[in-house]
Design a protein around this ligand. Structure first.
Ligand code: 5GP
Ligand code: MG
Length: 181
C-alpha cells in the first residue's frame, strides 16, 4: 500500500491540529444547543471519529449513506439516499459531516433533503474542499483544508474502496489508476 503513494499532501499531524481547531469552532458556535451529527458514509468515518472526541457536548450521531452519482457528465438526477429510509430530524439542529466537497452536489442535496424534513437548522462540515474554477453547488459551513484539484485518498477517502486506512491525505501514483500504462 505504501508503494502506491506518490506524495503526502496533508500529514496526520496537520490533520489532527486542524480537526482540533474545527471542533473548538463548532463547540463555540453551537454553545448549549444540542445537535445531531450526521456523517455521510463511508468517507467521513475517520474524520468524524476524531472530531467528536474533541467535542465534549451533548449530541447524537446518526449516519447517512448516499449513492455517488451514477450519471457521468450530465448530472441532474440528484443524490440517492440509501440509508436511512426514514428521517428523525424534525426540529433538530443537524450538522452534516463529509470527507470532501468537490462539485458540492452531494452536500447540496443532503442539505435540501434535511430542510424538507423540517430540521431546525442544517450546517455542513467537510475536511477538504477542492479548489475548482467554478463555484460548488454549496459551500461548507466548516472547512478543514482547501486543496488543489487532484484526486486524494487516505484518512477515510478511498480509491476503489482502498486506502481509507492511510493516516495521511495522499496522492497516488498514476500507475495505480492505469496499471498497464
Ligand atoms: P461532490 O458531490 O461534492 O462532487 O462529491 C463529493 C464526493 O465525491 C465525496 O463525498 C467523495 O466521496 C467523492 N470525491 C470527490 N473528490 C474526491 C477525491 O479527491 N478523492 C476521493 N477519494 N473521493 C472524492
Ligand atoms: Mg463520499
Amino acid at each position: 500500500m505504501q508503494d502506491d503513494i506518490r506524495d503526502i499532501l496533508i500529514d496526520r499531524y496537520a490533520i489532527q491540529a486542524r480537526v482540533y481547531k474545527m471542533a473548538q469552532q463548532i463547540a463555540a458556535d453551537y454553545g448549549q444547543r444540542e445537535f445531531l451529527l450526521m456523517p455521510l458514509l463511508t468517507g467521513s468515518i475517520i474524520f468524524v471519529a476524531d472530531l467528536v472526541r474533541h467535542l465534549p457536548v451533548l449530541m447524537r450521531i446518526d449516519v447517512m449513506a448516499v449513492s455517488s452519482y451514477p450519471g457521468k457528465a450530465t448530472t441532474n438526477q440528484g443524490t440517492r439516499i440509501l440509508y436511512p429510509t426514514e428521517f428523525d430530524v424534525a426540529g433538530k439542529h443537524v450538522l452534516v459531516i463529509d470527507d470532501i466537497l468537490d462539485s458540492g452536489r452531494t452536500l447540496n442535496s443532503v442539505r435540501n433533503l434535511l430542510a424538507e424534513q423540517n430540521a431546525a437548522s442544517v450546517k455542513t462540515c467537510v475536511l477538504l474542499k477542492k479548489r475548482l474554477p467554478t463555484a460548488p453547488a454549496t459551500e461548507a459551513d466548516y472547512l478543514g483544508f482547501e486543496i488543489a484539484d487532484e484526486f486524494v485518498v487516505g484518512y477515510g477517502l478511498d480509491y476503489n474502496g482502498y486506502y481509507r486506512n492511510l493516516p495521511d491525505i495522499a496522492i497516488l501514483h498514476k500507475r495505480v489508476f492505469a496499471p498497464d500504462a
